[in-house]
Design a binder for this molecule. Structure first.
Ligand code: FES
Ligand code: FES
Length: 152
């Protein structure tokens, strides 16, 4: 039977009904229509589904929707302020740090989480932090340049 979940998503209360086995990623995408978070692998390997839960970076494909009860979720949809991009997002455009874009929401969410903890990371720290976010297109250097520039 379905479970009623009440949570906070990007600052607003959100409610949905889900099966106990449904992932948070599927709930975000299919029930709340927040399709920015992507499913690259569904097994915790690619980071395309990255969101924060109570300010901790998680793979939303590895978390159940029911576990979101009472939590504060932030997704890529909450990053920009309306039409105003966050500096990090603007740097991704400036550095052409995306191609197909499937990895981009997860990489932005993960990078923003790092900059919140460590506003001035070394390149090595950044590369280590983003090791769980795979990109099939860019070769990573532009992504690293964009984040380092945003941090500078
Ligand atoms: Fe969650 Fe790949 S879809 S880590
Ligand atoms: Fe295509 Fe990263 S831009 S996977």
């Amino acid at each position: 039977s379905k479970v009623h979940v009440t949570t906070t998503v990007n600052g607003d209360q959100a409610e949905f009904l889900c099966e106990p086995r449904e992932t948070l990623l599927d709930c975000l995408r299919d029930k709340l229509h927040l399709t920015g978070s992507k499913e690259g692998c569904g097994t915790g390997d690619c980071g395309a589904c990255s969101v924060t839960v109570d300010d901790r970076l998680v793979c939303s494909c590895l978390m159940l929707g029911v576990e979101a009860e009472g939590k504060e979720i932030k997704t890529i949809e909450g990053m920009a302020d309306g039409e105003n991009l966050r500096p990090l997002q603007a740097k991704f455009i400036e550095h052409a740090a995306l191609q197909c874009g499937v990895c981009t929401p997860g990489i932005l969410v993960a990078s923003e989480a790092l900059l919140k903890k460590n506003p001035d990371p070394t390149e090595e720290e950044l590369r280590y932090w983003l090791a769980g976010n795979l990109c099939r297109c860019t070769g990573y250097d532009k992504i690293i340049r964009a984040v380092m520039d945003a941090a500078a």
